[in-house]
Design a protein around this ligand. Structure first.
Ligand SMILES: [Fe+2]
Length: 370
């Protein structure tokens, strides 16, 4: 059996309505002053932000202007607030973007180096990075456990991660009830991201017996719960199942990592300002097709667990996406730069995917996904 290393040092709270109790228990980690980073909007309207603030025993400062692909300019504004008020912690409350922005701000608040430098030069976050408390309100990213802050610089045309153990949240609080009101598109796209984490970490070079067990569980959950949600968004049990699958995939994102679709989605996300899940969906049929040439047994296993009909691998995933009513190509997402430009923007570790060794594979995947 393959040997592996596992880091599970984020204290985790999972369950319906668990946030009030969790933030009270974690008052020492949160400290006297905290910076609350959210995407604002709907979370405020639903009263979730006000409710969270009422439970916190700290003085709360806000940054609520985070967008879908958080930009360094937004992070700089959040850092400024954090520095001004000498906050002791940063809370990320929202989807993956809010949590990623919180992670990056926790680095920048204690550092004199501009946050863009961390992103571009791949600098390691300092040891005194502030405690990060992650409270996701979507079921998809697993950002509450992962050790990467995925942010972008629109000016420098890069979307990548600030990565290191210090960027993994100190505390993760997952309350599935926050996801109950998510609209259909967000539910399906973030849900697909859960599947993507499970499939890619299962096919990854770094996959290990522990991560494989979590991948199997998550793919089976997505295979059952996402079709149920496609038919009925009020299927609350399916919502809770997706929150759990998303959360446990945080361990795989952290300890194993992903394959090429995650590397190739980032340039699409920046160019089209579309969600992470939307770009992944566009890339998947081509990736499945080529991944099955280097990893046939694992790809078959993934598609079987998901509940795809029999057939050629690419056709199996296409039919499933059609059945979920989410199939699309890259060009459906908006105007994209040339394939050469997209390819030049791909960053991160490609070698966790066996497929990366195949000649011109990035160009091929982009081309076939257009
Ligand atoms: Fe993802």
């Amino acid at each position: 059996m393959k040997s592996y290393e596992l880091s599970m040092n984020t204290r985790t709270y999972f369950g319906d309505k668990c946030v009030e109790k969790a933030v009270k228990k974690e008052k020492n980690s949160i400290g006297a002053r905290t910076l609350l980073i959210t995407t604002g909007g709907v979370l405020k309207e639903l009263g979730f932000v006000g409710e969270l603030v009422s439970w916190l025993e700290s003085e709360v400062f806000y940054y609520d202007q985070v967008t879908a692909n958080p930009d360094v300019a937004e992070i700089r504004n959040a850092i400024k607030i954090g520095k001004e008020h000498r906050v002791h912690s940063v809370i990320g409350f929202g989807g993956g973007s809010a949590i990623d922005a919180a992670k990056a701000a926790a680095v920048g608040i204690v550092s004199d180096i501009d946050i863009e430098e961390y992103l571009i030069k791949g600098l390691t976050p300092p040891d005194d990075t502030l405690p990060i408390i992650a409270i996701p309100t979507t079921a998809g990213t697993g950002a509450e456990l992962s050790k990467g802050a995925i942010i972008s610089s629109r000016e420098k045309k890069i979307k990548s991660g600030i990565r290191g153990e210090k960027v993994a949240p100190t505390v993760a609080i997952v309350d599935p009830t926050y996801t109950f009101k998510l609209p259909l598109t967000v539910t399906m796209e973030t849900g697909f991201d859960v599947f993507a984490h499970a499939a890619e970490s299962y096919c990854a070079v770094k996959a290990d017996p522990f991560s494989e067990m979590l991948s199997e569980k998550s793919i089976k959950i997505v295979g059952e719960a996402l079709p149920r949600l496609a038919k009925n968004l009020d299927d609350l049990e399916a919502r809770k199942m997706m929150s759990f699958a998303s959360h446990i995939m945080g361990y795989n994102v952290k300890n194993v990592g992903n394959c090429l679709p995650h590397r190739l989605q980032y340039p699409i996300g920046i160019a089209t300002e579309t969600s992470h899940g939307a770009g992944l969906i566009a890339l998947y049929p081509a990736w499945i097709k080529y991944e099955s040439t280097v990893n046939p047994t694992r790809v078959k296993q993934v598609l079987d667990w998901l509940g795809c009909e029999e057939g050629q691998p690419e056709e199996r995933i296409r039919k499933w996406l059609d059945r979920m009513n989410i199939a699309r190509n890259i060009e459906d997402l908006g105007k994209v730069p040339s394939i050469e430009d997209l390819t030049s923007m791909v960053s991160g570790n490609l070698n966790n995917d066996k497929l990366a060794g195949v000649d011109d594979i990035i160009v091929t995947l982009y081309k076939e996904s257009m």
